[in-house]
Design a protein around this ligand. Structure first.
Ligand SMILES: Nc1ncnc2c1ncn2[C@@H]1O[C@H](COP(=O)(O)OP(=O)(O)OP(=O)(O)O)[C@@H](O)[C@H]1O
Ligand code: SF4
Ligand SMILES: [Mg+2]
Length: 445
């Protein structure tokens, strides 16, 4: 294990004195991208990596209890049928507004909640259905970094006790080696190993997040759910923690489900990104497709809402799209497309039919009847043929084949080409041969 420099200890009572720097008060504060770019390039996609986690049609419907009659009076559809894969040793980003179901997704994967429906295949086992006993050894491989570094560490326990807990619970090392392993882990995350007997309140936010990372690493997981791991931190500390996560991924081959609000950070960390809205995935794609060629009006609005100073970090300046209205309640979501109450291009079909998540490129899926690049949304629904809405009377076989393009988890070798409105087949791998239109297309009648 290589030690990290304890950067954010510098100048504190715990670290060496900070070197004298000349600060220009008129200069703007450095941005995240500048801070990481000098040492770490953006994580790259490995299209050959098999999935370490394969999630299919995952749902979490929390019962809504009435305090008066003590019975279930409704359901909170926090996560409502999402499918995705996390590649081994790679990272998938999960973004979306507050309350869209990101943390619940992470808590399902780590089985803090048992899902209402769906499967989560990890190393041949379905995390959705395993018993508590069967889950215990799996917990070693699937760990979580929590959203809030202030509330996720027990203030009454020393850092040593916190990081040692998983080691003791899972009996990973003999008792007489626990302290040395804790110190090793503290060193890996850039903390002073001698500070194992201090309490969380003696550390800064960045240092606490490092403690949470050390705890998550203790069992050498294969998959880490990082729930907003840097959103509570200052920009410079964010850059340090992101660099640390990237180093750890390279060194130990850990896969990340990286949950975040900040699209600039996600772009740096994740070669693939899923966008959630009200419990659903509305667009999922590789970095280039999502940031340069977003096809869903919600993704386009999210990208346009990134502050001006960060627009360069997400691939260029965008015109601001202002969404009106509040996010609807997940207890009673709108019919059809859940985004329709705020969508600037919604039409009548959007209330009637939920748009299927359709693969529209080698690594790009979108759920929108009018999917198209910003300013190029089509006048007619692109899903007409998929929904047999055009009255053409396609055969069941045609509908079945096209539905496969819409529902399969991960990416298929064929997809629905929006330009030609046909299913094209081609090499899915980056650098493969170009797609062949109409390969498996059922004849239009
Ligand atoms: N235990 C629970 N019981 C009932 N509803 C819940 C529970 N946990 C979460 N929810 C609801 O589920 C929805 C999704 O919550 P979740 O915390 O997953 O959102 P999020 O995307 O992580 O938001 P944020 O960005 O604010 O962290 C919200 O409407 C939330 O109120
Ligand atoms: S399906 Fe309709 S409402 Fe939903 S995002 Fe597309 S255009 Fe907007
Ligand atoms: Mg959350």
């Amino acid at each position: 294990m290589s030690a990290q420099e304890p950067e954010d200890l510098e100048g504190t009572e715990f670290g060496p004195p900070a070197p004298a720097t000349v600060v220009d008060p008129a200069a703007p504060p450095p941005e995240f991208e500048e801070l990481v770019a000098s040492t770490h390039t953006a994580a790259q996609l490995d299209p050959t990596a098999p999935p370490v986690l394969s999630v299919r049609d995952l749902k979490m419907h929390f019962p809504l209890k009435s305090p008066l009659v003590r019975r279930t009076v409704g359901l909170v559809l926090a996560v409502d049928g999402i499918s995705f894969e996390v590649p081994a040793g790679g990272s998938l980003g999960l973004v979306g507004e507050s309350g869209c179901g990101k943390s619940t997704t992470g808590q399902l994967i780590t089985r803090l909640y048992k899902p209402t429906h769906g499967s989560m295949m990890f190393e041949g086992q379905d995390l959705a259905t395993v018993s508590r006993k069967q889950m215990k050894p799996l917990r070693r491989d699937v760990q979580m970094i929590f959203q809030d570094p202030y509330s996720s560490l027990n203030p009454r326990h020393t850092v040593g006790a916190i990081v040692a807990t998983p080691l003791r619970t899972h009996k990973v090392v003999p008792n007489n080696q626990v302290l040395s392993r804790v110190q090793e882990l503290l060193e890996v995350v850039g903390l002073n190993p001698e500070h194992y007997n201090r309490y969380p309140n003696e550390f800064s936010g960045g240092q606490r997040q490092r403690i949470g990372i050390a705890r998550a690493l203790a069992l050498q997981p294969k998959l880490l759910v990082a729930d907003e791991p840097v959103s509570a931190l200052d920009v410079s500390i964010q850059a340090q923690v992101v660099n640390l996560l990237q180093d750890l991924q390279k060194e130990f081959g850990i896969a990340y489900l990286f949950i975040a609000h900040d699209l600039a950070i996600v772009r740096h960390v994740c070669p693939e990104v899923a966008v959630m809205y009200l419990g659903k995935i509305v667009e999922i794609a590789d970095r280039e497709s999502l940031y340069e060629h977003a096809h869903h009006p919600y993704t386009q609005a999210l990208l346009s809402a990134v502050p001006d100073v960060k627009q360069a970090a997400i691939g260029g300046r965008r015109e601001r799209i202002r969404l009106t209205g509040d996010v609807p309640s997940p207890i009673n979501p709108p019919s059809g497309c859940r985004f329709r109450t705020r969508c600037p291009i919604a039409q009548e079909i959007c209330a009637r039919h939920e748009p299927p998540l359709v693969q529209i490129g080698p690594r790009h899926k979108v759920a929108c009847h009018f999917a198209g690049e910003l300013g190029h949304h089509p006048a007619q629904p692109v899903t007409s043929r998929l929904l047999a809405e055009d009255g053409a009377g396609r055969s069941d076989e045609a509908a079945r084949l096209v539905a496969e393009v819409a529902t399969d988890v991960g990416y298929a070798d064929s997809w629905f080409d929006l330009g030609s409105q046909t299913v094209v087949s081609g090499a899915r791998k980056v650098g493969g041969e170009s797609p062949v239109p109409g390969g498996n297309l059922p004849p239009e009648t």
